[in-house]
Design a protein around this ligand. Structure first.
Ligand code: ATP
Ligand code: FE2
Length: 371
């Protein structure tokens, strides 16, 4: 048995198109031989358009963080097309992660996967890959909440301990802070996410994601050339936000053809980011936390970063922006949160590892957080 090399081909699920080659012929397992005693978690992220794999040791060192994004030819993300993409690239991304980390699959101690919230077909593809790996490697499986993972990797990457977090992406807009065992939501969008608002506006304006430049960044570039503010609806309701009216109004003005696109991008950003800043500032004042963390893809926006810096200074709190590779969806954040959960006794039997499409941040116990 010792040193036996096994080629493992996995999985036919109930979804016909998913013939997932987790481990291809160039990827061999040495099941009996552990190369060292370092504990390592492999995390799989597949909530939406990205298929990401992270490998971290239990000290929080990132050994690999490999991502492969689904880019639709036109329009937004179609969940089944994205899932098909994930199934196609899964084996390659996992292999690349092991190569980058220079470790063997048998060195993995835990498998973590994004269990929700997210798009059903994408989540199921990632979960299938994770279950297969956990089963073949005979290691525990941990289901991770994607939103918690954004916060935890942000804390790891920046060193903040107990922040108010503004998490802004294509699918989420959440202001949160830790209280009484869980990350609580202090404010969130009532309809679409801010990133979705920017993306749809950009598509309506005929912009396309090019050379890896996301649509939100294309809006940002045009906004820097804006000169005139165009009135658009500002919609904060208590601590919550609404972006759909802003988007509709922006698109309507765009179609009128009376305004420069640069001015509309500038105005859209000013209104959307002022709304986010207002709610975040109120959460800071209410919680009296002394740290502010900005994460998610929209967090790459310099204007948003600048607005938050102003309130952080006014409230005399320290302010951190999560580095891009960990602010966007990534496998490292899933692996790290999997480690935290596993260290506190959390794992999930394969037969109960169903995905949770609407799993809310505040429904997750986080016993590892000590504040
Ligand atoms: P989630 O599953 O967390 O909702 P996501 O799949 O939307 O995440 P992210 O990569 O975190 O993924 O965020 C993507 C969003 O970030 C897109 O809406 C994109 O347009 C936006 N974005 C990226 N760069 C910028 C930028 N510089 N300015 C504004 N928005 C940006
Ligand atoms: Fe995300």
């Amino acid at each position: 048995m010792f040193g036996k090399r096994v080629n493992v081909r996995v999985l036919k699920t109930n979804w016909k198109e998913l013939n997932l080659l987790i481990v291809n012929s160039s990827w061999t397992l040495n099941l009996m031989k552990k190369s060292n005693s370092t504990k390592i978690c492999l995390g799989i992220e597949a909530t939406a358009d990205d298929f990401g794999v992270g490998l971290l040791d239990f000290e929080g060192n990132v050994l690999a963080n490999v991502n492969n994004a689904f880019i639709p030819e036109t329009g937004g993300i179609h969940p089944r097309e994205a899932a098909r993409h994930h199934a196609k690239v899964a084996g390659r991304v996992i292999t690349e992660a092991f190569q980058a980390a220079k470790i063997d699959p048998c060195d993995v101690t835990v498998i973590a996967f994004s269990q929700g919230p997210g798009l059903g077909p994408c989540l199921r593809t990632g979960a299938t890959a994770a279950r297969a790996l956990a089963s073949y490697l005979n290691v525990p499986l941990v289901g991770v909440n994607h939103c918690v993972a954004h916060i935890e990797i942000g804390k790891l990457a920046t060193g903040v301990k107990d922040p108010v977090t503004l998490y802004v992406s294509g699918g989420n807009t959440i202001v949160s802070a830790f209280d009484a065992g869980r990350y609580r939501i202090f404010g969130e969008t009532l309809d679409i996410a801010v990133g979705n608002c920017l993306d749809v506006f950009a598509r309506e304006a005929g912009l396309r994601p090019r050379d890896g430049v996301p649509l939100g960044a294309a809006v940002e570039n045009l906004a820097t050339k804006g000169e005139t503010f165009v009135h658009l609806p500002y919609s904060v309701k208590g601590m919550d936000l609404s972006f759909s009216g802003l988007l509709t109004a922006g698109v309507r003005l765009l179609k009128k053809g009376k305004y420069r696109l640069e001015d509309l991008c500038f105005s859209l950003q000013e209104v959307a980011f002022s709304m986010l800043t207002e709610v975040t500032e109120r959460a800071l004042a209410h919680t009296e936390k002394t740290e502010l963390l900005l994460t998610g893809g929209v967090g790459a926006n310099k204007r948003l970063q600048m607005m938050l810096k102003i309130i952080a200074d006014e409230h005399d709190v320290s302010y951190c922006v999560v580095p891009k590779q960990y602010a966007l969806d990534n496998g490292a954040m899933i692996a790290w949160t999997g480690i935290l959960a596993h260290e506190h006794g959390t794992s999930i039997p394969i037969e109960k590892s169903f995905v949770r499409l609407k799993w809310r941040l505040e429904d997750v116990d986080a016993p590892w957080v000590k504040v």
